[in-house]
Design a protein around this ligand. Structure first.
Ligand code: FAD
Length: 273
């Protein structure tokens, strides 16, 4: 059985908290290796993330990993969060640069994820297992695909233990990325990030900003399915499950699901694997 992990975002309202609890209960049966909780750039969900991580650990019994981004934060703020996560018993962190919210002009004390990794290693040695982001279809702000690969290697050389990819629907992009970074000497596990499809219109919009490509043929089939909600759900789950099977058959070490705090789309994929 392939190891899996689930990603949640921190709820901000009572309704969202109830939804996360329901989702966490349902997904628990799939025995994830760990769950992670995202972080809003510029400190906007600073305490929401740590509160959610605490809740996922203490109320649901998950190994929970906070995402931590350095964008917009000072060394002292990051140091404080690291102390808090260590005190909460966290052993794993997803370490990212993050993105600046529009209107915010200050990068923070640490510029890139590689600086954050080096900082965490300098402050806490090997205490944390550190995951970083990877972009099989190239990070949208990269100067070019090759410099992006070199910068990825810098992050790993700074002390990251593993990487989780941005989502994609083209497994060849993942296999090519893994081959390319292996040639550069990167040996750590590269875990595919899997986005089950719940709302195709939203997904299309979001994919444009984060640099993930929706293959033309997928868009065309979705378009042809029109208002057929059952047909869309079936096609989406089958598409993502088939991709997961190809990834595992091709050597992917585990799968990380972007759940968006919903159980059904992820379960629909897992039930077909
Ligand atoms: P980096 O690795 O620092 O790279 C960012 C860009 O800078 C790339 O284009 C890279 O090529 C370039 N670069 C890197 N080093 C150098 C250098 N030395 N010189 C010049 N250029 C360089 N965002 C959030 O805000 N919160 C989250 O919780 C969150 N979770 C995520 C989880 C995963 C698994 C992934 C893949 C992404 C997540 N993101 C999250 C999004 C992420 O923060 C953005 O994609 C961000 O733009 C890049 O972060 P990074 O850590 O990959 O950056």
């Amino acid at each position: 059985m392939t190891a899996i992990s689930f990603e949640f975002y921190p709820p901000k309202t009572d309704e969202q908290r109830t939804q996360l609890d329901r989702t966490a209960e349902k997904l628990k049966q799939h025995a994830p290796e760990y769950v992670s909780c995202t972080f809003g750039a510029g400190g906007s969900t600073l305490s929401y993330t740590s509160e959610t991580v605490r809740h996922l650990k203490q109320s649901h019994g998950f190994e929970a990993a906070p995402h931590l981004s350095c964008m917009g934060g000072s060394r002292e703020e990051i140091r404080e969060l690291l102390r808090l996560y260590r005190a909460l018993g966290c052993k794993r962190i997803v370490a990212l640069r993050g993105d600046l919210p529009s209107g915010m002009g200050h990068h923070g004390d640490l510029r890139y994820a590689s600086d954050l990794i080096a900082f965490i290693r300098a402050e806490h040695g090997d205490h944390f297992h550190l995951e970083v982001g990877a972009y099989p279809e190239t990070h949208p702000q990269a100067d070019d695909a090759f410099s992006d690969l070199r910068h990825f290697k810098t992050k790993i050389d700074a002390g990251a233990n593993a990487a989780i990819t941005q989502y994609f629907y083209n497994p060849d992009a993942y296999f090519r990325f893994v081959d390319d970074v292996r040639r550069l000497g990167v040996t750590v596990p590269i875990v595919p990030g899997i986005m089950p499809i719940s709302n195709f219109t939203q997904l299309k919009r979001f994919s444009e900003s984060c640099g993930a490509e929706i293959p033309r043929w997928v868009g065309k089939r979705m378009q042809a399915l029109g208002d057929d909600a059952d047909g869309i759900r079936e096609f989406a789950a089958d598409l993502v499950a088939t991709m997961c099977q190809r990834l595992i058959a091709g050597g992917a070490p585990s799968l990380h699901f972007y759940t968006l705090n919903l159980a059904k789309p992820t379960q629909a994929v897992l039930s077909r694997m």
